[in-house]
Design a protein around this ligand. Structure first.
Ligand code: SF4
Length: 371
């Protein structure tokens, strides 16, 4: 079998950089040629881009930056404000970590991001990929930033036969071997751009690729066979009930989820547990208050990272002055836009009440994947 070691031509970083100089994507967080990259913007964009597309991130990034223009501004903000600005982007643990990291940068480093991969790794919420990406892009350290795009490019270049995630250390080593001493930040962004625009998961545009000639997968016509992946069991469908209660003063009953775990710290209407064998016909037993419950037709569907969810929605109207149960609160309908409501809860409220003022559908109208 052909192995990376048996290859004759090694991909040349200079070919990729020449391609990047002509075809680099113009992204709002990216420094233009001759500009110095801002570590705060690089870090913010890298956190937002984890598991989310560039198209979806762009408007969030610009709004977020307007609201929190510096790491100091972000560190000083209340966590609720950060969660609210993040709402709709999914993976909410990232928003909590983002805030914790901003505080750590201010407290430990006087508001300046540390410049090495090793120091960046010590900050909350910064993993191996983000540390390497920020070190390379913002500080030109010769660090190998390996994300899904890079894994795809490198596994194809070298026809890595081992399946992901086991192949990660090998792919990292192969990437480290490619990082040039000159322009490592541009190199990191160039591989990302190549993976996003040319070396795509399906039908890569190899004829336009600066590494076409040394690419071993291309030579064998096997591009789409890489990266090899271990088969995943599809997440099991969970079901539950959500309770939308409208008080006569036009307010809605909400609560805040626990800070840790799925959608931690976000706002929600009361719900039942979400379980594979939940019986919607019994949902009224889980209702938070006594009321004349109406089960609405249809269900709300949402796809989380690890499982799909179907929620049956129960609706009730209650009189003015109805008190909120413990650890719940009434929020005027017009103020819902100020609540940190995740995508699934916006769907629930829209299902019961129609379009909500100030709330938006997920980017592109697709279900938001979130943790
Ligand atoms: S030649 Fe094709 S498969 Fe190989 S790196 Fe380039 S785009 Fe990807």
């Amino acid at each position: 079998m052909l192995t990376p070691a048996s290859r004759v031509t090694k991909p040349d970083p200079a070919d990729l950089l020449a391609w990047y100089d002509r075809h680099r994507r113009d992204l709002p967080w990216r420094a233009r040629p001759g500009e110095t990259a801002d570590p705060y913007r690089v870090w913010l964009s890298e956190i937002m881009l984890q598991q989310t597309t560039v198209v979806a991130v762009k408007p969030f990034y610009l709004r977020f930056l307007e609201r929190f223009p510096t790491v100091d501004a972000l560190a000083e903000a209340p966590v609720d404000a950060v969660m609210q600005a993040w709402a709709g982007l999914g993976y909410y643990s990232r928003a909590r970590n983002l805030h914790a990291c901003a505080k750590a940068v201010v407290e430990r480093h006087g508001g300046h991001f540390p410049s090495t991969e090793a120091e960046l790794l010590k900050l909350p919420g910064i993993g191996a990929y983000t540390a390497a990406a920020v070190a390379a892009i913002a500080f030109d350290e010769a660090a190998a930033a390996v994300d899904g795009n890079v894994e795809r490019v490198v596994s194809r270049l070298f026809t890595v036969e081992e399946a992901l995630p086991k192949a990660k250390p090998l792919i990292r080593a192969l990437t480290e071997d490619l990082v040039p001493a000159d322009r490592p930040g541009d190199f990191a962004q160039a591989v990302m751009d190549l993976g996003a625009t040319i070396c795509t998961p399906k039908r890569p545009a190899c004829a336009l690729c600066p590494w076409m000639s040394p690419c071993w997968a291309r030579a064998q016509g096997m591009q789409e066979a890489y990266p090899k992946k271990q088969k995943k069991e599809a997440g099991q469908l969970r079901r539950g009930a959500a309770f939308v209660i409208l008080r006569a003063d036009d307010s809605i009953l909400l609560r805040t989820r626990p800070p840790q775990g799925l959608l931690g710290g976000m706002a929600e209407t009361p719900t039942s547990a979400w379980e594979p064998d939940y019986q919607p016909s019994q949902a009224v037993l889980d209702a938070p208050i006594e009321a004349r419950w109406q089960r609405l037709p249809g269900v709300v569907r949402h796809v989380f990272t690890h499982f799909p969810l179907e929620l049956t929605v129960l609706f009730a109207k209650v009189p003015k002055g109805t008190p909120s149960p413990d650890e719940m609160r009434w929020t005027p309908r017009r103020a819902l836009q100020d609540e940190a409501l995740p995508g699934v809860m916006k769907k629930v409220l829209s299902h019961a009440l129609g379009d909500l003022p100030g709330t938006k559908k997920a980017p592109g109208g697709k279900p938001v994947k979130s943790d």
